[in-house]
Design a binder for this molecule. Structure first.
Ligand SMILES: [Zn+2]
Length: 164
């Protein structure tokens, strides 16, 4: 029996997500993330990989990227959450998703998409995960504090402007 099933998502209300069909123990491999191997050069040179694409691209090493934007890549349906219960793991040219903690039957399986604040235009990717610690954008955990800092600063500036 598969550990997941496809269902309308609570996070992405236009889309679907994967839900646990049984309790899943921390560390369990849930699903392979499959796609086409392309070169990093192709990513840089083709505008096919702009816009919504980055959420499906995994840089595998300094030469290759995995493009998972295909309908047959079921793992591509996994939504981002700022409080993810699963994570991407990889070795060589393979990527898969494992449980980051124990996941209860019926829970939506979520990953941290891991966008870096520096590289991507994060404003293209608002986050609606509803986690308490949601930072509003799909950005990997280590980079979120920078966003918060930036917000804090722009708020401060606003209040100063109100004074003037
Ligand atoms: Zn979020």
């Amino acid at each position: 029996m598969k550990l997941y099933r496809i269902k309308k998502s609570n996070i992405d209300n236009k889309g679907r997500g994967l839900y646990a069909t049984m309790n899943i123990k921390e560390g369990t491999k849930i699903i392979d993330y499959i796609g086409k191997i392309i070169t990093n050069k192709q990513v840089e040179q083709s505008n096919k990989y702009d816009n919504k694409k980055p959420i499906y691209l995994f840089t595998l090493n300094n030469k290759y990227t995995l493009d998972g934007d295909f309908s047959w890549n079921i793992a591509g349906l996994v939504n981002h959450s700022c409080e993810a219960n699963a994570q991407y793991e990889g070795k060589g040219l393979k990527v898969w998703i494992t449980a980051q903690r124990d996941i209860k039957k019926g829970e939506e399986i979520t990953c941290d998409y891991g966008f870096s604040f520096d590289k991507e235009d994060y404003r293209q990717f608002p986050c609606k995960c509803r986690a308490k610690n949601c930072c509003g954008y799909i950005i990997r955990e280590e980079s979120r504090w920078r966003l918060n800092k930036k917000f804090a600063m722009s708020n401060k500036r606003k209040s100063i402007n109100n004074f003037l």
